[in-house]
Design a protein around this ligand. Sequence first.
Ligand code: 13P
Ligand code: SF4
Length: 334
Amino acid sequence: MNTDLAKAKAQLEEVGYLAIETPKTLDFVKEINRLKKEKNAVILAHYYQEPEIQDIADYVGDSLGLSQVAATVEADIIVFAGVHFMAETAKILNPIKKVLLPDLKAGCSLAESCSAEDLASFKLDYPKHVVVTYVNASAGVKAHSDLVCTSSNAEKIIASIPKDQPIIFAPDKNLGAYINKQTGRDMVLWDGACVVHEAFSLDKLVALHLEHPDAKMIAHPESEGHILKIADYIGSTSGMIDYVKTNKSKKFIVATEAGILFKMQQEAPDKILIPAPVNEDNTCACSECGYMKMNTMQKLYLCLKHELPEVTVDEDIRKQALIPIERMLEISAK
Ligand code: 13P
Ligand code: SF4
């Protein structure tokens, strides 16, 4: 077992043992707030987190917003209530901070679809191409990339590259195909996808729209082309929230992870929000990210208390990965 894996396993075991010892009756809100102050820590949370985690966070946002905040955080500890690639991006941008992730197993199907080694050998077939990587990827993959993008700025990042420059886009084929369509490019696409956004059922969505013809259909660009085709608005999680807030319509069918509905409803209390239906029948009749939902209040508390599990990045990889991320932040700010 390599040292990183052994370290992660030891961290998980330690937190696992501690979880068993933690009384369920503990006032997690009070304890987390106390520890946050005592340790000079901030909690950054993604919109897909459980409502109670969003409520206790110091900042809630999309991938771009979270990286921008992580880069400038002054606190000593960043607790990332999100998934591994997000915490890793925070560590790349702000290496002197201790970055904690409540559950190290909180991964991402997109990040897992593309290893650094596979991307490196894929690049050999396209020696003239530059590599643009969606932020949902490991530090190792970012280290092999020329530019990084998020769903908020993907079009802007691609538009910053000369038209005659060929591009490899990894790892999300759905976002890549959408950007190809929007920009008229012909990027070579990595064959990765988000399990959560590929779960939406077109048939059920069309039937739901017929039931609510006054509803606007909004979708995240990680969704498949046939879903995006019928959407009135396509954008990042922040973009979707802004659209619902500012659009005159009263009703919206929302095709992204259901955790977003909490913040969306807070920001637009007078709007009716309907989660887009999925192929498989499940209890919420919506799409939930099992990775995002691995974080719980108990794990958040334990993570702050024991300052574990910590996310670390090899320094050579970090320096390499920082270059395309900083390029993205610069282009985004223009
Ligand atoms: P956003 O950057 O739009 O929040 O997307 C992150 C993500 O993982 C979507 O599945
Ligand atoms: Fe990854 Fe999809 Fe979960 Fe986002 S929703 S973290 S892309 S698996």
